[in-house]
Design a protein around this ligand. Structure first.
Ligand SMILES: Cc1ncc(COP(=O)(O)O)c(C=O)c1O
Length: 443
């Protein structure tokens, strides 16, 4: 690894300027909690400016599936930079984009044949929602302008995406009066391996059957509800949603921005239920975490109807659409997934996460432990103070970023069993120290 270690003074200066000028996600500028300067990263390790190395449990928010600084991904980027790093996509095409779209069509659930590339997950969700609306406009059904979604969902930070995040418990609840109003069914309660109970989808069924003339689409995160609660639910629920959408002539948008590319234990979480959505959103791990990029896939029928409609085209075109650099890296990342046998990697992590985390169920501050694919969640009894717990986690040599009562890991697929054990043990030790301190009122 490139060893750029800084003096304590250099480090302090940078952090002081960081606090002065820089806004971090979901953080205060007037009372910031400390940020940790990363100077380099390799494999599953993040190197801090003071020389410490942390084992990364977050894959940089679900993205870095092959680990950091991967030589194959780096080489793909370098090769593409020397050809062309960006060119507009209006009226121009290029091999990395064509290759990527062909690959995505081949590996995603059947029927998704057309690919629209964009720059980030939230934008892919905006594109999906707009596609659904424009489809119904092209069908002369302009009254189909509302969405149905699930509570505890999260779909991103832009406005259409915010409008389908949980309006009460979600991180955008304060915008409830600002965003467009849609319909929310209760979050599914039946667990992945639990026996199906049709009651679980009763309210959803009621809404879709009474409102189908206004509903353009259902949008949901299949099987794993991520940033809205780290909840896993029954494939049967998803199957029933598909059936109800067909029955009531409502499109189904699957947001697999977090789950796509193996994270849930299937290449795409829709495979748990053996269904295909009408529109699919992908992002995050698509470039192996190297850069921001996303895709929205749909069926030939929807694409054709939109193209024959009033506008004769889909009314969207981001400046950085199909950025060649991102496409080239995404192609290399998809090849790596196959070469590395992602399924064996994720199944191995699944077993190890269960082994490491399930014993924590007996700790008095732990409310629940759940593991699916390469996702491990420890739900604690009280929301944690992020700044304080982060200090303790870093002191243990691990990078984990909890929110609320959820302390969770989704490691890079390349993590060794030894590092996974160190990660989980470090995380649980930090939690024990934290709850002891909170309990003793020592801080
Ligand atoms: C399911 C889901 N959809 C959409 C998004 C938004 O993606 P981005 O942060 O790239 O805009 C996220 C991000 O966490 C997500 O988990």
């Amino acid at each position: 690894m490139n060893s750029i270690t800084k003096t304590a003074q250099q480090n302090a200066e940078l952090l002081q300027k960081d606090q002065q000028f820089v806004w971090h996600p979901y953080s205060s500028l007037s009372d910031p909690i400390p940020a940790y300067e990363v100077v380099s990263a390799s494999g599953v390790y993040l190197k801090l400016a003071d020389g410490r190395e942390l084992i990364d449990g977050m894959s940089s928010w679900w993205c870095t599936i092959h680990g950091y600084n991967h030589p194959v991904l780096n080489q793909a980027a370098k090769d593409q930079i020397d050809r062309v790093s960006h060119v507009m996509f209006g009226g121009i095409t290029h091999a990395p984009a064509v290759e990527l779209c062909e690959k995505l069509v081949a590996i995603t659930p059947s029927g998704l044949d057309k690919v629209f590339l964009s720059d980030s997950g939230s934008v892919a969700v905006e594109v999906a929602i707009k596609m659904a609306f424009q489809y119904w406009i092209s069908q002369g059904q302009t009254q189909k302008s509302q969405l149905l979604t699930l509570r505890s969902g999260y779909h991103g930070d832009t406005f259409a995406a915010m409008s389908v995040c949980d309006p009460k418990t979600g991180m955008h609840h304060m915008f409830d009066q600002v965003v467009n109003k849609h319909h929310f069914a209760p979050a599914p309660q039946t667990g992945v391996y639990e026996e199906w109970n049709e009651e679980d989808i009763a309210e959803f069924t009621e809404i879709i059957s009474t409102r189908s003339d206004q509903l353009a689409a259902v949008i949901l995160e299949p099987i794993v509800q991520g940033a809205g609660g780290m909840r896993f639910y029954s494939p049967h629920y998803l199957k029933r949603v598909r059936e109800l959408c067909d029955q009531h002539n409502v499109l189904l948008i699957a947001d697999e921005i977090a789950t796509g590319f193996g994270r849930s234990g299937k290449l795409f979480a829709c495979e748990w239920a053996g269904i295909s959505p009408d529109i699919l959103c992908l992002g995050k791990a698509i470039t192996g975490g190297t850069m921001s990029f996303a895709a929205t896939l749909t069926t030939t029928e929807i694409a054709t109807s939109i193209s024959r409609g009033e506008a004769s085209c889909f009314m969207h075109g981001p400046t950085f659409m199909a950025n060649p650099l991102a496409c080239a890296v995404a192609n290399a990342s998809l090849d790596l997934l196959e070469q590395n046998d992602w399924k064996a990697q994720v199944d191995g992590l699944n077993q190890a996460l269960k082994q490491q985390l399930e014993p924590a169920l007996k700790l008095e501050y732990v409310e629940d432990v759940r593991v699916l694919g390469a996702i491990g969640v420890v739900q604690v009894t009280d929301p944690v103070d992020l700044g304080r717990i982060q200090e303790m986690l870093v002191a243990e040599g691990v990078w984990v970023r909890p929110f609320g009562k959820l302390v969770y890991v989704m490691p890079p697929y390349v993590m060794s069993p030894q590092d996974l054990a160190l990660l989980c043990q470090g995380m649980l030790r930090a939690l024990t120290t934290y709850f002891k301190e909170t309990h003793d009122g020592a801080h």
